[in-house]
Design a protein around this ligand. Structure first.
Ligand code: ADP
Length: 516
């Protein structure tokens, strides 16, 4: 019988020494009385004699709550221990095990020094047949590798989420066999739906056109399995319309058979709106450039022909009135030509990024008043002209020549596009800034045109004289001076162009990088 018990204990010890968990047995005072081979390996202990006798309450790594529960358990009257143990050691727990702390607290001698392990653990209490508390058993699992893998996975997920939202890349997996669907948040974002939407093809792709929805269904939903060819790459670009606004998503799909013989479709989608819009803009810009070249030929020919023709007539004319009239026509066309060439030069400089800003201290009221007076002099349509300012002098440090060009452009347009009514120029000193506004009661600009009115070469009507560069140059100049040219306009009612400039520009010789 004795022999049987001995064998039993031996067998148990052998088993304990071979389980892949560290096991420590403490007595009812908290002293270590046994540790298995795995325990020695986890804690880097060469021989159990090194650790036998250490007290669990001195453990520098166990979480405080665990230590405090063990301390309470050991000090409780015998009859209360079982209930306390049942209540407080139910759950397993994980913690970081620092060998540095073991070393500095001289807890035991270990082969490890600076490194940390991640341990998950469970406390068990052993009560003998008489219900007396005898041992505290600690079970340890070394989770360091799993923890590191989880960390790596978390890091990878974080990086992937980052890339995915930065690059607007969505990914999805659709198991056609069991009709399950998983996707990252960006996939839903790309299709303009929220993730909590009940998952169905109709819901996810509800913002696509009917034709595109049908395409998706016929390709991925209603196709019998046999007809899905493996490893087929499908590529398609979709227009997604959310609340009337379009964006573009490009998708690539790959179908394959997974390890359970299920047909699976893997997809990635990327928001290509910026690319599509840039391409459209480039096409539009190309069209405008062609129009501009046709335009400019006409714009140059008209005044040039007038100058050449009337100069010839002037030579032969004898009548004084006739000579004066020809003279006037030649001067007018000269001015048109000069304005045109100046515009093209200004525009080229701005585009090349070589437009500097000069600083000069001057009175904006005086400049505006002088300029407006010139326009009033040539006011053949007898428009009511109004110059308003809330201060008699508004002294600013800015680029006078550019402000003159901006005002000239805007006033030119106001007088050109107003048949009757009035044109006003208003200055408002608003502390560190000044607001400049040019209003007219002219033909006005419709909503569609307003969006593009500051684009180069843009004109609301191709038959209107001009290159369509004035507003684009003015906008760029205003930006160079620290403001933005804005428009209020209603078709048929008139327009207001206005901007707010700092009274002192920050940077001298600032360079403006023109658009390419
Ligand atoms: P340009 O240099 O040929 O005068 P702009 O860039 O100054 O061209 O103006 C572009 C177009 O914007 C004009 O052809 C006209 O259609 C419209 N526009 C500009 N100012 C006004 C205005 N005050 N009222 C109505 N339309 C305007």
């Amino acid at each position: 019988m004795d022999c049987f018990v001995f064998n039993d204990v031996e067998r148990l010890k052998r088993i304990l020494n071979n389980v892949p968990a560290g096991i420590e047995v403490y007595n009812n005072m908290g002293s270590l009385i046994d540790i298995n081979a795995k325990g020695l390996e986890i804690f880097g202990v060469e021989d159990d004699s090194i650790v036998l006798g250490i007290n669990i309450l001195d453990n520098p790594n166990l979480p405080n709550i665990v230590l405090s529960n063990i301390s309470t358990l050991l000090s409780l009257p015998e009859e209360d221990k079982r209930d306390f143990a049942n209540e407080n050691f139910k759950d397993s727990f994980s913690f970081e095990y620092s060998f540095d702390r073991v070393f500095s607290k001289k807890y035991y001698k270990t082969l490890y020094n600076k490194e940390n392990k991640y341990i998950s653990s469970k406390v068990e209490c052993y009560f003998n047949d008489n219900g007396v508390f005898e041992n505290l058993i600690m079970i340890f699992l070394d989770e360091t590798d799993r923890y590191q893998e989880q960390l790596e996975l978390k890091k990878f997920k974080l990086m992937f989420d980052n890339i995915s939202s930065f690059g607007k890349v969505g990914i999805m997996e659709h198991n056609v066999s069991d009709d399950s669907f998983v996707a990252n948040d960006q996939w839903f974002d790309n299709f303009g739906v929220s993730k909590c939407t009940e998952i169905s093809l109709d819901n996810i792709y509800k913002n696509l056109s009917k034709a595109d929805r049908l395409w998706i269904k016929s390709n991925f939903k209603s196709v019998p399995f046999e007809r899905i060819s493996l490893n087929t790459l499908k590529e398609k670009q979709f227009e997604v319309i959310v609340e009337g606004k379009s964006h573009w998503v490009k998708c690539v799909w790959l179908s394959f058979k997974n390890e359970y013989e299920d047909f699976v479709i893997l997809g990635s989608s990327i928001d290509v709106t910026e690319l599509v819009e840039a391409t459209l803009r480039a096409k539009e810009s190309d069209k405008l450039k062609t129009k501009f070249l046709q335009n400019i030929t006409h714009e140059i020919h008209t005044p040039l022909n007038a100058i050449v023709g009337f100069s010839q007539l002037l030579v032969d004319a004898t009548n004084k009135d006739e000579r004066e009239e020809y003279n006037r026509i030649i001067i007018e066309n000269n001015q048109t030509l000069v304005k045109l060439i100046n515009n093209i030069l200004d525009y080229s400089k701005v585009e090349a990024g070589i437009t500097g800003v000069n600083q000069e201290c001057f009175d904006l009221c005086a400049l505006a008043d002088d300029l407006f007076s010139v326009f009033k002099l040539h006011n053949e349509k007898r428009l009511v002209c109004d110059f308003k300012t809330n201060k008699e002098n508004i002294i600013i440090v800015s680029d006078k020549s550019k402000i003159r060009d901006i005002l000239t452009n805007l006033l030119n347009n106001a007088f050109k596009f107003t048949i009757n009514g009035n044109v006003s120029l208003e200055l408002e000193d608003i502390g560190q800034e000044v607001r400049v506004s040019i209003k007219d009661t002219g033909i006005g600009i419709g909503e569609d045109h307003k969006k593009k009115i500051f684009d180069r070469f843009y004109k609301t009507d191709d038959f209107i004289q001009g290159t369509g560069l004035g507003l684009s140059i003015s906008q760029k100049f205003v930006k160079l001076l620290g403001g933005e040219l804005m428009i209020n306009s209603e078709f048929g009612k008139g327009s207001e162009f206005y901007f707010i400039l700092p009274k002192r520009i920050e940077n001298n010789n600032q360079q403006y990088e023109g658009e390419v």
